[in-house]
Design a protein around this ligand. Structure first.
Ligand code: CP3
Length: 343
């Protein structure tokens, strides 16, 4: 039993109006984050300093009354904890030394990750202690495929050509990298649950760049192994998967991975796709972040349309991708007011 609306939805129960949180809800669009950013060193330092990461995690909950807090961290903290270098360069995103062969892979060390990520667990404990009783705490990690994309490419990319080529040209290498990430992700998420996360989410931003055959090998298979092991250790744990741009595979993804909730990006009609899933599977999404920037009547209409179309099924309202830095905070407040107004 739980009185957290979002946890009830993850348990398969429709809740009306639906609980809401926004991907990247802590970040540069908030003046209180920008103020703290001036005085706190780099992004990675903010992630790894529990006092700062706790404060940043709580900022959007305090300001907007979100139904969930998501741990302030990054999916690339895990490869960094395994030993790959990582820098966040302003305006350019993450940069790493590309990892493209077995020699580089052999330098990564699963055993060092728990100590390196201990500050993240301390953040989870602190947020847990500070959160209102009805607010869900979400832990997260990147999915092995998406994390591997950044590791092999050495940062962001439009098409992750080097990664996709490596997966075809040297499947043994790529498979070993994915296997290592599966093991590391299980331990990382298990530690977050032990520290107090109510549920966890796997971000698979680049799942949709793969053709079907590869999607099942590199996305579905590894995700299924993570979910199965977490469920073995924590029976009843709720897990959200977000295989972005993989809408046509939603039903297969849900059936074969064992997640309790699937996140939808903006490319799909959420209600139509939800109708292809078992009724107890929750869906999350999928307002276009650009609508939130635009605001006004379009924001009211579009957010109500998504909310109402999913009425009667377990739905967590969210964006279809992360909130952008140019988003006016007032529009976020308007969104929550609109969503919570029911006749
Ligand atoms: O959602 C939240 O508020 C929790 C924190 C969170 C961040 N990144 C903070 C962040 C989460 C869940 C992520 C996930 C993440 N990180 C993903 C998957 C989701 C998605 O957006 O596709 C990916 C691909 C990354 C990798 C990453 N981190 C990139 C490509 C960038 C640069 C782009 C940018 O917006 O600058 C980051 C940096 C990052 N991660 C910032 C934040 C708040 C901005 C850096 C800063 O504030 O200085």
């Amino acid at each position: 039993m739980t009185d957290k609306p979002l946890m009830r939805v993850l348990g398969g129960e429709p809740v009306w109006p639906p609980p809401v949180w926004l991907m990247r809800q802590a970040g540069r669009y908030l003046p209180e984050y920008r103020a703290l950013r001036e005085s706190s060193g780099g992004f990675l330092a903010r992630c790894m300093t529990p006092e700062l990461a706790t404060e940043i995690t709580l900022q959007p909950v305090r300001r907007f009354g979100m139904d969930a807090a998501i741990l302030f961290s990054d999916i690339l903290v895990l490869p960094w904890a395994l030993g790959q270098d990582l820098r966040f360069v302003d305006g350019e995103g993450p940069q790493m030394t590309p990892l493209r062969d077995n020699t580089a892979l052999a330098k990564l060390d699963l055993a060092r990750a728990p100590a390196e990520t201990e500050p993240v667990m301390e953040t989870v404990r602190r947020v847990r202690a500070a959160l209102p009783a009805d607010c869900t705490l979400l832990g997260f990690a990147g999915s092995p495929f998406t994390v591997a994309c950044y590791m092999v490419e050495g940062g962001g990319s439009r098409d992750f050509a080097a990664t996709r080529t490596a997966a075809y040209a040297d499947p043994a290498f790529f498979g070993r990298l994915i296997d290592l990430l599966v093991d590391a992700t299980i331990e990382y998420l298990a530690a977050q649950v032990e520290a107090g996360a109510d549920a966890v989410m796997l971000f698979d931003t680049w799942a949709g760049v793969l053709p079907p055959s590869q999607f099942f090998i590199h996305v579905v298979g590894p995700t299924a192994r993570i979910v199965a092991e977490l469920h073995r250790r924590f029976p009843g744990l709720k897990i959200i998967g977000f295989p972005r741009l993989a809408g046509t595979f939603a039903a297969d993804y849900v059936a074969q991975t064992g997640v309790q909730c699937i996140g939808f990006d903006t490319s799909v009609d959420a209600a139509r796709l939800a109708a292809t899933l078992p009724p107890n599977i929750a869906v999350q999404g999928n307002l276009d972040p650009m609508v939130l920037i635009a605001g006004g009547a379009t924001l009211a209409e579009e957010s109500r349309r998504i909310r109402d179309a999913l009425r009667g099924r377990p739905h967590i309202f969210n964006l279809g991708h992360g909130i952008l830095p140019q988003t006016p905070p007032a529009h976020v407040a308007e969104l929550l007011t609109t969503l919570r107004q029911v006749s």
